[in-house]
Design a protein around this ligand. Structure first.
Ligand code: URA
Length: 435
């Protein structure tokens, strides 16, 4: 195979043979594929696309480019859950202990936040003592013992994706369905679970801005997962406004604790229950959604979901006294209420901008090595469709300097579009893809 022939074929819209795709990934990993050829190939894919078979072959080759987790020593059907990334998305912190309390083994690898979206690993690190780097042996042992473990993704998981993603980032080739789907699914397949529930976020704060784009990405990922022998389902959920009430690391952990105690914001809980129901279904714990909802509500009410979260935190070295008494979490030095300068209805929230404001407050990373301030963030008090009077508090800012607060206040006011027109609330669950 000559790489130039593969590029030529793709450029002309021809299908690549499985062997050609596999050889290309082998060459990439051994260092024999120069950057200029990889970038030309990626651009050809952006213009010509890849069919289902090519996308599946690419994903499997990327999965096999590094370590794959062997979770066969864990009893039961292991279920993974993945979010395509959003603002205020603390769903994993609630849904994973919830379904684990009901008998679904959750062995989850998570990533850190980058840019305007937060990462579960960073949020958990706001709990003093919490360890995200645990050995494979301890990870497996913990899932068998308490039903749930969550670790930081190992560096050698799907290394082909790391190289391809870095190249996509600098060659304007990120936004292509087969490339996004193979990137996400290669890591999921390498993580070793038996079934996968995908939460494809849709809206201003997400990668996919409209429902048809999100649906087509979700369908591609579901086909890849099932094609690789893992039962895979996807929900498309609303990210046209921040999820829940808080955005920011320890603020979101506190919100998750409250949700596990039965005090979750209704829209957020809708997403938690919808994803949880899918996890219970693919985990074969329930046979209908009705049964799933009933069991999940009971597990919140009787405290078993909260107890599971405490067991999980304690097992990974976290100080459980913070979970029992969240007022112990350190707080930002200053707070500022943002007041609306007009009356009307919230028509739109520029959610990506909200995520970027939190990042600039110090709550996220602009660059990989930035250190996060766990205490800063926003409370989102008004959501899309809410009526507002002049002077109402729309958000609260948590920051450490007056300058930070003043800048964030301007940004939050700009992120809210308030109009005279009354618009409907956006549904939280936009679609469900099971085949
Ligand atoms: N997340 C990933 O892991 N890869 C993509 O391409 C996009 C989002």
């Amino acid at each position: 195979m000559r790489m130039v022939d593969i590029i030529e074929k793709k450029k002309n819209g021809q299908e690549l043979a499985d062997e050609e795709i596999r050889e290309m990934i082998t060459a990439l990993i051994s260092g024999d594929l120069p950057d200029y050829q990889l970038s030309a190939f990626l651009m050809a894919v952006v213009f010509q696309g890849m069919n289902e078979r090519e996308t599946l072959t690419l994903t499997k080759a990327m999965r096999d480019s590094g370590d794959t987790m062997d979770l066969s020593k864990i009893h039961g059907i292991k279920v993974d859950k993945h979010s395509s990334g959003g603002v205020g998305d603390k769903t994993t912190l609630v849904v994973a202990p919830l379904v684990a309390a009901l008998g679904v083994p959750v062995a989850k690898m998570s990533g850190r936040g980058l840019g305007h979206t937060g990462g579960t690993i960073d949020k958990l690190e706001s709990i003093p003592g919490f360890q995200v780097n645990i050995s494979e042996e301890d990870f497996i042992h913990q899932v068998n013992r308490i039903g749930f473990a969550l670790a930081s993704q190992t560096s050698n998981l799907a290394p082909a994706d790391k190289k391809i993603y870095a190249m996509r980032d600098v060659t304007a080739t990120v936004q292509q369905r087969s490339l996004i789907a193979s990137s996400i699914m290669s890591k999921k397949l390498a993580s070793g679970s038996d079934a996968i529930v995908l939460d494809v976020k849709c809206g201003d704060g997400a990668f996919m801005k409209d429902v048809s784009e999100a649906r087509s990405l979700a369908e591609t990922m579901v086909k890849i997962g099932n094609g690789a022998g893992k039962e895979t389902v996807a929900l498309i959920t609303n990210m046209a406004e921040p999820l829940g009430t808080y955005v920011g690391n320890n603020l979101e952990v506190i919100e998750a604790i409250e949700a596990l105690k039965g005090n979750g914001e209704p829209g957020f809980m809708e997403v938690v229950y919808a994803l949880g129901a899918q996890m219970l279904l693919v985990g074969k714990i329930v046979s209908s959604k009705e049964e799933a909802y009933k069991k999940m509500k009971e597990a919140i009410e009787d405290g078993s979901a909260f107890l599971k979260f405490k067991e999980f935190v304690s097992s990974q070295g976290g100080d459980v006294s913070y979970i029992d008494d969240p007022s112990k979490f350190p707080k930002a030095k200053l707070t500022l209420e943002v007041h609306s300068d007009r009356k009307g209805y919230v028509n739109k929230i520029h959610t990506e901008a909200i995520g970027e404001t939190v990042m600039r407050l110090g709550g996220g990373r602009a660059k990989k090595d930035d250190v996060i301030d766990m205490t800063v963030g926003l409370k989102i008090q008004k959501k899309v469709g809410d009526m507002i009077s002049e002077g109402d508090t729309i958000a609260v800012i948590y920051g450490n300097t007056k300058e930070q607060l003043a800048q964030a206040e301007k940004e939050v006011l700009m992120a809210y579009e308030i109009t005279d027109k009354n618009i409907d609330k956006i549904p939280m669950i936009l679609d469900e893809i099971t085949q």
